[in-house]
Design a protein around this ligand. Sequence first.
Ligand SMILES: [Zn+2]
Length: 159
Amino acid sequence: MNESKFSKVESFELDHTKVKAPFVRKCTVLTGDRGDVVTKFDIRFTQPNEAEMQSEGIHTLEHLLATYLRDADEAFASKIIDVSPMGCRTGFYMTIWGEWEASFIAARVTEALQMVVSAESIPADNAVQCGNYRLHSLPLAKEYAKDVLAKGLSDSYLS
Ligand SMILES: [Zn+2]
């Protein structure tokens, strides 16, 4: 299960009709040539092929999660490599140094979403720090965060 298969795209192997969002799924654990380990997570906010986030809202969530996840406990925050929106706009990928469990990531994302709900501004929403600074919506980001919090971010993904 921890074996990496570079010839396959991991997320294409997932049956998206069999999952129940919102959830955190531990996709894969990769080991580099020098033994360093990286874990990739699928953090799914909306039910695949039933609901999606609008670009303005998911973009703002990207900025807020980038900030608030790194405000979490330092041992965890310093290991985050990347948190990026999925092209299908149903969630995010997280890549992180070391091996972590979905339940821990779900707890950290839940804390970050609680901070999103009370956010008063969007970090780095300007032409210097962002590639499309007009494409933001704090109200939408809060709506998506509240929706995930109301449903509860599960650490098991199968319906
Ligand atoms: Zn941006």
